[in-house]
Ligand binder design. Structure first.
Ligand code: CP
Length: 300
C-alpha cells in the first residue's frame, strides 16, 4: 500500500488481498468491537453514493469511531473554489483517515500524495474502486469457496465501469478466464486488454448476451453509467441493450452467482431477485465487513 493509502487495487499484493479477505471474515463473525475509540474518519463524497459511504460510515461506528464529512460537495467549500489540495490538507488536520469519492480520475492519487493521513479511494471517475473490488473478491470467495481458475463474465458498461477495471486487475492473481460482453461503444478500454495479455489472462469479447454465459461461475452485471456520457443520445441507445431476466438463467451452472456493484437501473429484472443465484444484496452487505478490514489495515 502507498503510505497506508488505498488508491488502486494494484497497491495490494496477493498476500495483502488474502489478508484483507481473512480479516473481513473475522469482522463478519463479530462486527461490533471498540478498536476505533477516539479515532475520527472523514468521508468526503464529491459524487453521490448510497452503499459505499454508508457502509464505510457504519464500519467506523461499529468499531467505536466517529465520522465527519459531507455527502454532497455542494455543502463544502469546494463550491467557493477551494482546491482539492487545500481541502485534503484541512481535513487531514481533523481526521485520522480520509475516505474520498471524486469524479476526476486520479483525484485519489493526488490526495494520497499530499495527505499526511491515509486516503481510501471510494471511486475516482471511471478509473478505480478498490474497496468495491475487495468486497467483490470476498463475495466470489464466499460463494465459490475459492478464487482460482474461475470463469467470469462481465456485462454492460465495461468502458466507464470502474468496478470492472479494478476487478480485472485484482483477478490477475487468480488465473481467471474472462468473457467481456458489451457493445462496441462500451467495450473494455484497450489498457485493460493489454494488461490481460501481459498477465497471460485468457479473455474473449462479444456483444451477444443471451445464452452466452452458460459456462460462467460469476456473472458480473453493471449499470450503464449515464453520468459519464458526454452524448446523452448515445446513452439512450445503449442503456437497455442487456437486461438479465430469470428465464435466461435456466441453463446456467448450478454454482453461478450473479453479482452487481449496484445501483442497478434496468439491467437486472426484479424477477431475478428471488433466484438463489442472485447475490447482489448479500454482496453489498459484505461491503460492511470488508470496509472494516480495510480501515483497520490503513490505520494499523
Ligand atoms: N457500488 C457502489 O459504489 O455503490 P454506491 O454508488 O451507492 O456507493
Amino acid at each position: 500500500m502507498q503510505n497506508k493509502s488505498l488508491v488502486s487495487i494494484s497497491d495490494l499484493s496477493k498476500e495483502e488481498i488474502l489478508e484483507i479477505l481473512a480479516s473481513s471474515a473475522d469482522f463478519e463473525r463479530n462486527p461490533n468491537r471498540k478498536t476505533f475509540e477516539g479515532k475520527v474518519i472523514a468521508t468526503l463524497f464529491f459524487e453521490p453514493s448510497t452503499r459505499t459511504r454508508l457502509s464505510f460510515e457504519t464500519a467506523v461506528l461499529r468499531l467505536g469511531g466517529s465520522v465527519i464529512g459531507f455527502s454532497d460537495a455542494a455543502t463544502s467549500s469546494s463550491v467557493k473554489g477551494e482546491t482539492l489540495n487545500d481541502t485534503i490538507r484541512m481535513v487531514a488536520c481533523y481526521a485520522d483517515a480520509i475516505v474520498m469519492r471524486h469524479n476526476i480520475e486520479g483525484a485519489a492519487q493526488l490526495a494520497a500524495e499530499i495527505s499526511p493521513v491515509p486516503i481510501v479511494n471510494a471511486g475516482d471517475g471511471s478509473n478505480q474502486h478498490p474497496s468495491q473490488t475487495l468486497l467483490d473478491l470476498y463475495s466470489i470467495f464466499k460463494t465459490q469457496g475459492h478464487l482460482e481458475n474461475l470463469n467470469i463474465c462481465l456485462v454492460g458498461d465495461l468502458k466507464y465501469g470502474r468496478t470492472v477495471h479494478s476487478l480485472v486487475m485484482a483477478m490477475a492473481h487468480f488465473n481467471p478466464t474472462f468473457k467481456f460482453i458489451a457493445p462496441k461503444e462500451m467495450s473494455l478500454p484497450e489498457e485493460y486488454k493489454i494488461f490481460c495479455k501481459k498477465n497471460k489472462i485468457q479473455f474473449s469479447e462479444s456483444n451477444i448476451f443471451n445464452n452466452n454465459f452458460n459456462d460462467a461461475d460469476i456473472l458480473y452485471m453493471t449499470r450503464v453509467q449515464r453520468e459519464r456520457f458526454s452524448n446523452l443520445d448515445e446513452y439512450e441507445r445503449v442503456k437497455d441493450l442487456y437486461i438479465l431476466e430469470n428465464k435466461m438463467l435456466l441453463s446456467s451452472k448450478s454454482n453461478l452467482r450473479i453479482l452487481h456493484p449496484l445501483p442497478r437501473v434496468n439491467e437486472i429484472s426484479p424477477d431475478v431477485d428471488s433466484n438463489p443465484k442472485a447475490y447482489y444484496f448479500q454482496q453489498a452487505q459484505n461491503g460492511l465487513y470488508v470496509r472494516q478490514a480495510i480501515l483497520t489495515k490503513v490505520l494499523s
